[in-house]
Design a protein around this ligand. Structure first.
Ligand code: FMN
Length: 350
């Protein structure tokens, strides 16, 4: 069905399409019509990518029905969790969420580049705030693995960034299967400076201490992952690996979008500010993943994300050292079929 509706969706402005598509998905879920997305009728199972024991994956101590997850940013407020779960993801990450609601950057802030299978976004953490997010989670039916991706408000000075992450960690903790600390969005001023060894060490020490307290109080350990940028040289990657090992961080998500748009040449959107995702980020993302994997030697699990547009792309990231994967831009260009393709490709590697 997606190949039929895609040309219509691509006529609209990207942000309108985003909301419209998610609302339609929610209607399909509400009226048990998810099978319509399959192409052939199968009423027995309401999810599109079926998982079986061969696709089960353990990640940060969590059991995933399959290793293909939804990346952060698509459902920032956790409004569509049940509808997205219907597509057959092995896990879902919502957010990035900040302590207080914020509008994000002025529009237009989302650009589609179909010829490159790419997206540029400078959304700027538009979200309704952590309280609304957890309310939406509490009202969802989903009982699968749910990551909550946390960030800082744009108005919070960098010296107080730790406080924003701590607020989100505490509030998200009872509702999350794992928590992602986003230190790599290019659309919040100076956020990426948190990736430097000293800043990262300070931030992660605070978060790990609070995690230990929360785990004792709530008798439940919720793993913490960090999400890093693809725009890191080998020295920076090595420094992050060191801090991650020293602070015993539970997982690393590699990577976010890139600020490097040289591959776009003279494309009409090449000068747009923001992060580039989709196929053009794949090489850089894979480089970071591969390098980290060699340094970490399986001591910290890696989640690979960035430029997955086919089953072969997914299999490549697993070969480079990822335990699980996440999709975003590929879904826009390939539709939900991509999830099943990636699950199958990863299963064949086992
Ligand atoms: C429109 C858009 C919004 C995004 N918002 C977030 C976000 O809020 N938090 C985050 O950690 N990553 C965000 N991302 C990054 C994705 O989660 C992913 O890391 C990145 O797009 C690379 O994967 P892809 O090539 O499969 O899209 C966003 C990406 C896009 C395209």
């Amino acid at each position: 069905m997606y190949p039929i509706i895609k040309p219509l969706l691509f006529q609209l402005d990207p942000e309108t399409t985003h909301h419209l598509t998610l609302k339609c998905l929610r209607l399909l879920h509400r009226y048990h019509c998810g099978f319509l997305l399959k192409g052939k009728h199968n009423h027995a199972n309401n999810t599109l990518a079926e998982s079986d024991s061969s696709s089960t994956t353990t990640l940060m101590g969590l059991t995933l029905p399959n290793p293909i997850g939804l990346a952060a940013g698509l459902d920032k407020n956790g409004e569509y969790i049940d509808a997205l779960a219907m597509l057959g993801f092995g896990f879902i990450e919502v957010g990035t969420v900040t302590p207080l609601p914020q509008a994000g950057n002025p529009k237009p802030r989302l650009f589609r580049l179909p010829s490159q299978q790419a997206i540029i976004n400078r959304m700027g953490f538009n979200n309704y705030g952590i309280d609304t997010l957890i309310n939406n989670i509490a009202n969802s039916q989903y009982r699968g693995v749910l990551g909550i991706n946390i960030g800082k408000n744009a108005a919070t000075p960098m010296e107080k960034a730790v406080d924003d992450y701590l607020i989100c960690l505490e509030k998200a903790y009872p509702y999350a299967s794992y928590i992602t600390v986003n230190i790599s969005s290019p659309n919040t001023r100076n956020l990426r400076s948190l990736q430097s060894a000293s800043e990262l060490d300070r931030l992660l020490n605070h978060l790990k201490n609070r995690q230990a307290q929360l785990a004792t109080q709530q008798s439940r350990y919720v793993p913490i992952a960090i999400k890093i940028a693809p725009d890191l040289d080998e020295e920076q990657i090595a420094a992050i690996a060191d801090v991650a090992l020293n602070t015993q961080i539970d997982g690393i998500i590699a990577t976010n979008t890139t600020i490097d748009k040289t591959v776009l040449g003279n494309h009409k959107f090449a000068q747009e500010e923001g992060g580039l995702s989709g196929l053009p980020v794949q090489t850089q993302s894979n480089h970071v993943l591969h390098h980290l994997s060699a340094l970490l030697n399986s001591q910290i699990p890696l989640i690979g994300v960035g430029g997955i547009t086919s089953g072969a792309d997914a299999a490549e990231k697993i070969r480079l050292g990822a335990t699980a994967l996440q999709l975003y831009s590929g879904l826009i260009f390939r539709g939900p079929q991509l999830i099943k393709e990636c699950v199958n490709a990863c299963c064949q590697l086992k």
